[in-house]
Design a protein around this ligand. Structure first.
Ligand code: ZN
Length: 325
């Protein structure tokens, strides 16, 4: 920093020449540890002693209201004459800089921290706009904060509830800065609260005879039957809910059994199967099944993954069969 501009110990300047944040006023600090034998070089040749290190809390003025920010690891240098916030140190902590028509704005994690317009008699110094020095950390708990910050502090409580808490004076120190509107979309809450509508209890779709045949297979039974069957394949003709059950030793028998049952249904009804519906498991969705459906002109529909509700007819038929055993 090199300037003939008049600056006071009350100013907070944004400086790109400073290697770290340096404050001259002890009253700005909210945490403090004295240091000894530590010096910094100011203006290239002057060595000035560092009295201590700590954190500084001040309230910045933004177009949307005020924001209290804490800067950590700040050098206390009583002989400095003014307060310097290092642009380089902010950058190292992940802050980003945007320039507006008359100065710079500093952002961190998408939130604007403060603005530093070009002011002073020469108009070449970035003065950080701040409200007034804060003397106690307790002020932070009751300070004027944005609705977004209160929303986060209250554990993502609804803005309406925060608003009514403030209107009814239920919480001491709960003050919301202007603007009070909450235009933030919280991705966590949106994802957490999203759900799908329940499925209807019954289907009102009507099928003609042999228009749709649905099928499903049980998971292996814990105890095999006396002749070694482990699985139950259920095929239901939907228009009249005619179920056919077959016991299988292995899943490899699914293809052949489906062919047999469909042939039986077609011969007995005198009609051809149009649509075949199953879930996406590999017993039903494989090359052999695709070839079979393709050759016979059958459209094979599969349900949406993790949506057994779409195959409810077979689930019910399986339950009925097992009730009868
Ligand atoms: Zn949320």
């Amino acid at each position: 920093m090199a300037s003939t501009d008049t600056i006071s110990s009350a100013d907070i300047l944004l400086d790109c020449g400073a290697t770290s944040h340096m404050f001259t006023n002890r009253e700005h600090f909210v945490t403090y540890a004295e240091s000894s034998n530590e010096f910094v070089t100011v203006s290239g040749y002057n060595k000035v002693p560092v009295a201590g290190r700590g954190s500084v809390l001040f309230s910045t003025k933004l177009p949307s209201g005020r924001l209290s920010i804490i800067l950590r690891d700040i050098l206390h240098i009583p002989r400095l004459g003014t307060n310097l916030v290092s642009l380089g140190a902010l950058h190292c902590k992940g802050a980003s800089v945007q320039s507006f028509d008359k100065g710079l704005a500093i952002f961190k994690d998408g939130e604007e921290l403060f603005r530093a317009p070009l002011t002073g008699s020469t108009g070449t110094l970035y003065h950080i706009q701040y409200a007034s020095p804060v003397t106690g950390i307790a002020y932070l708990a009751g300070s004027l904060l944005s609705m977004h910050l209160w929303y986060r502090r209250m554990g993502h409580l609804s803005p309406q509830a925060i608003d009514s808490m403030q209107c009814q004076n239920l919480v001491k120190g709960l003050e919301i800065s202007i603007p009070r509107e909450f235009d933030h979309i919280c991705s966590g809450c949106t994802n957490g609260k999203s759900h799908r509508f329940p499925f209807p209890n019954s289907s009102s779709t009507h099928y003609t005879k042999m228009e749709l045949v649905v099928m499903d297979i049980t998971s292996p039974m814990s105890v095999p039957t006396w002749d070694g069957f482990l699985y139950a394949l259920v095929i239901v003709e939907v228009s009249c809910r005619y179920p056919v059950g077959r016991l299988l030793c292995t899943k490899e028998d699914v293809g052949v059994t489906v062919h047999d049952v469909l042939a039986m249904l077609e011969r007995q009804s005198g009609l051809k199967v149009c649509h075949l519906r199953s879930d996406n498991r590999s017993e039903f969705v494989n090359d052999a099944m695709n070839t079979f459906c393709h050759r016979n002109g059958i459209i094979h529909e599969t349900t949406i993954p993790y949506t057994p509700e779409q195959n409810g007819i077979t689930k019910q038929a399986i339950a009925v069969f097992f009730e009868m055993v």
